[in-house]
Design a protein around this ligand. Structure first.
Ligand code: PHE
Length: 337
């Protein structure tokens, strides 16, 4: 019987000092495992003299139950403790202030681009796109600007190779669309263009919106009507508009469109160079040679085209005097729009 009492005492000593679940598991194996101390005592029961056996047996049984019960209770306690500890250490303080993420907003150029698109879409134009890395053929040749034509000097070109350029205007989209689609056509082509030029009014990348309308009876008065409506929607109903003769190889006749200077109301100032007028876009009737190269019969169709710079439109609309401000990422500037 003494061995049973010391077994129980040893167990109690161990269990009272254990502080984690792995330690507890070791004690469980040591006492009530298959080869544990209690189990081997049960197996050895037959070697106890028969007259002592009933008392020895029932005491051993009590100890066995006691050990199992105690292990179970201790396990519950330890699990509870561990959970408590985790809750303490893994606690999230939801009262801490969050990380501030400032709201972004649309770039002024994109705002104006959307506004321009909306005006033309409301007049029934659809939107087309073309590549920014363009073949010399579409950027120049098919627009009636052959290789050694002096008009190439009007645009300082970034050449990628002999036949490939960064498009210097959105006009190549005219040709790409005409190659794919038959008239009637009524499209605008917004996008980035590139010229090797940088100063207060030029950036190497800027945006243009091209326009093209082709059908059997399109006349210069359609061109005037569409562009006047556009300018009045964009700059305001009372803005004076005039068409001034000009030259582009891909339109004939060609014109430049001016609006009454919005800085001096036409009186003459530094911005309009005392003329009272500001140039806003180029346009004209599509040159029959361009139709021919695009696969249209020049005696069957007429059309007009126009092209405008989005940065310039934005500068005029918001009285900005330096184009570089758009691309310096100064939030104090950008936040004003
Ligand atoms: N592509 C011309 C430019 O970039 C603008 C233009 C477009 C003129 C269409 C006439 C017709 O200057």
């Amino acid at each position: 019987m003494d061995d049973l009492l010391s077994l129980k005492k040893a167990f109690l000593d161990e269990i009272s000092s254990v502080s984690d679940l792995t330690g507890l598991q070791n004690i469980r194996t040591k006492y009530s495992g298959k080869k544990g101390l209690v189990t081997s005592k049960l197996k050895a029961l037959s070697s106890i003299p028969p007259d002592e056996r009933p008392l020895y047996g029932s005491t051993l049984n009590e100890i066995k139950n006691f050990i199992e019960e105690t292990l179970k209770n201790k396990e519950i306690l330890l699990k509870e403790n561990e959970k408590e500890k985790r809750l303490q250490t893994e606690k999230i303080d939801i009262t801490l202030p969050g990380k501030f993420t400032p709201f972004g907003r649309e770039h002024p150029i994109n705002q104006v681009l959307s506004e321009i698109k909306d005006i033309f879409v409301s007049m029934g134009f659809s939107i087309e796109e073309g590549p920014e890395v363009e073949l010399d053929y579409y950027n120049f040749e098919a627009l009636n600007i052959p290789r050694h034509h002096p008009a190439r000097d009007m645009q300082d070109t970034f050449y990628v190779s002999d036949d490939v350029v960064l498009r210097t205007h959105t006009s190549p989209v005219q040709v790409r669309v005409m190659e794919k689609k038959k008239p009637p056509l009524k499209i605008i082509a917004p996008g980035k263009v590139y010229r090797c030029d940088a100063d207060i009014s030029h950036t190497p990348m800027f945006h243009q919106v091209e326009g093209l309308m082709v059908d059997t009876e399109i006349s210069f008065s359609d061109l005037k009507g569409v562009l006047e409506l556009f300018i009045h929607s964009f700059f305001g109903k009372n803005t004076p508009v005039r068409f001034r003769p000009s030259y582009f190889p891909f339109t004939e006749p060609s014109a430049e469109v001016d609006i009454g200077c919005i800085f001096c109301a036409g009186k003459g100032c530094r911005v309009c160079k005392t003329t009272g007028w500001l140039e806003v876009l180029g346009c004209g009737m599509v040159n029959p040679k361009v139709f021919e190269m695009s696969g249209y019969m020049p005696d069957e169709y007429t059309g007009f085209a126009f092209g405008m710079g989005v940065e310039r439109m934005t500068m005029l609309k918001y009285s900005i005097d330096d184009i570089r401000l758009f691309y310096e990422n100064d939030l104090r500037f950008l936040k004003q729009f």
